[in-house]
Design a protein around this ligand. Structure first.
Ligand code: MN
Length: 262
């Protein structure tokens, strides 16, 4: 199957200098790196079918941990530097929207940054392969070493327990975001029943890695369950394999980035 191609155009790159110029802080270089990775992450997640027209990825602002960076409300494949807005972690309020609409589910991001000082990037997706594990009694677990970061049974957020059985399933408020963050706990991934998932990490690149391999793990676990009685990574294997994975992140990022049309 031919996959659609996504462009990291010169026009998008050209706006970065103007966008970053206002910061004037010592961490401006780090800021440019993070915004660059955030734009690239949007394109990669779309190209690799982790997100489609929906879903989003954010980064904590390296200039100010009380802020985070997230695109205005558009499909991830279309995100450029000019689309990245700055939000407050405390209020999920865009500081520089200038009339541009925010994602309905921006509250996912602020809630996780409030609850998890160790987290600097958040991916939210509706990746189809994980949906069955959010709606059945079969937990998503690490079936192979590439998903060792899952640790063990992935928690499932049930919106009915906090908001009843007539919601639209969307995380459209801070209380819902906070409840999702509680389900995530100290883990790297949480499923959302009948909706999707969140994947978090200390960097944008690792969050992309985790979101991608969570989806692949779900595909493989579904196939193994059809064969019957799969053997999962033990807690010790998951810990050891996860510790080795830091080196894998850059290799996959480089490949995925190069797969985008320059
Ligand atoms: Mn969603």
């Amino acid at each position: 199957m031919n996959r659609p191609q996504f462009f990291l155009g010169a026009g998008a790159l050209g706006t970065l200098a103007a966008f970053a110029a206002g910061s004037g802080s010592a961490s401006a270089a780090g800021f440019e790196d993070v915004v660059g990775d955030l734009v690239t992450a949007n394109r990669i997640l779309a190209h690799e079918n982790v997100v489609d027209a929906f879903g989003h990825v954010s980064a904590r602002d390296p200039r100010d941990p009380a802020r985070y960076l997230l695109s205005r409300s558009i499909a991830p494949a279309l995100v450029t530097y000019a689309d990245i807005l700055t939000y407050t972690v405390a209020g999920d309020e865009a500081l520089d929207a200038q009339g541009r609409p925010s994602y309905l589910e921006r509250f996912i991001h602020g809630a996780i940054y409030r609850a998890r000082p160790d987290v600097n990037a958040v991916v939210h997706s509706h990746t189809e392969s994980v949906i069955p594990f959010g709606v059945s009694r079969v937990p998503l677990r690490p079936i192979y070493h590439m998903a060792a970061f899952l640790g063990g049974d992935v928690p499932v957020f049930e919106i009915r327990t906090v908001a009843g059985d007539a919601t639209d399933l969307v995380i459209g408020s801070q209380p819902l975001g906070d409840a999702l963050a509680r389900t995530l706990g100290s883990g790297s991934v949480a499923l959302m029943r009948g909706h999707g998932m969140v994947a978090v990490a200390g960097t944008v690149r690792e969050a992309v890695f985790r979101a991608y391999y969570t989806g692949r793990d779900a595909v493989l676990e579904s196939e193994a369950l059809r064969l019957g009685d799969p053997v999962f990574l033990s807690p010790g294997e998951a810990r050891a394999a996860a510790a080795r994975q830091t080196g894998f992140v850059e290799r996959s990022w480089d490949l995925w980035k190069r797969s985008l049309v320059p």
